[in-house]
Design a binder for this molecule. Structure first.
Ligand code: ATP
Length: 235
């Protein structure tokens, strides 16, 4: 579905990504784990067109997208939930969700999708008339994911959904990520510092260290890998 071939991305003169290559198959949950500053967010932003790679190729269903603008990439069905959530704090929960469906014209289906989201996150249904800024961190993360889902993405890019959240809330959100993947067949690329939970949720994983992929494999095997256990799982 998505392939990165030898991606090199920069901020001015600083090279953040070195020769990144990875593949995501339709229906998979893929995780990219790594420490602070490893280049995880930059990888996502290179895919979504916010930090276009200087060299290399990104193919979505075989079509090159590395020179496309972010809005065209969204229109192809690739949606990013950025780190730190970035909901619209002054708009209500319902209005935030409406914004997610901005590019869509299938009004009837939008209603069905909204009902699905309120089933997935009943707390958002209860709070639909409240400003997004009044929600807790966990609820805002739920809203950010839901707003992206309202765009009906085929590939959902999640940047550290666990950031700043209590363990119980994080667990709940990861269970729902898995549910979305199962029920909607949404392919998921999950960037995380919480390697343990990410590898338990994903099918396959990649490890990023100072802008380079240093390891990849099946998530269940990576969980048993001693180097990963020492470096990322605190075992
Ligand atoms: P974190 O978990 O802290 O978000 P990350 O793995 O997502 O880290 P990136 O945010 O992608 O890492 O950063 C990769 C590298 O690029 C780091 O060295 C970082 O300092 C640098 N970087 C990120 N954003 C910018 C920017 N806007 N300008 C200059 N350098 C940047």
């Amino acid at each position: 579905m998505l392939e990165l071939r030898n991606i090199n991305s920069y901020y001015g003169n600083i090279q953040a990504l070195h020769d990144i290559s990875l593949k995501i198959e339709e229906g998979e949950i893929i995780t990219l784990i790594g420490a602070n500053g490893a280049g995880k967010s930059t990888t996502l932003m290179s895919i979504s067109g916010v930090v276009p790679p200087r060299t290399g190729e990104i193919l979505y269903r075989g079509q090159p997208i590395h020179q496309m603008s972010p809005d065209k990439i969204v229109a192809l069905g690739i949606c990013q939930v950025p780190e730190g959530r970035h909901i619209f704090p002054e708009l209500t929960v319902a209005e935030n969700l409406d914004m997610g469906a901005f590019l869509r014209r299938d009004t009837h289906q939008i209603k069905t999708d909204l009902e699905y989201i309120y089933d997935l996150f009943p707390i958002l249904a209860d709070r639909r008339s409240q400003p997004g800024g009044n929600l807790s961190g966990g609820e805002q993360q739920m809203l950010a994911i839901s707003r992206a889902l309202m765009a009906k993405p085929e590939l959902l890019l999640l940047d550290e959904p666990s950031m700043g959240l209590a363990p119980l809330v994080t667990k709940q959100i990861f269970a729902i990520i898995k549910k979305i993947n199962n029920e909607q067949n949404t392919t998921i690329f999950l960037v995380e510092q919480n390697a343990n939970l990410a590898l338990k949720t994903a099918d396959r994983g990649y490890v990023l260290e100072t802008g380079r992929i240093i390891m990849q494999g099946k998530a269940e095997e990576m969980l048993k890998n001693e180097d990963i256990q020492k470096a990322y799982l605190g075992i």
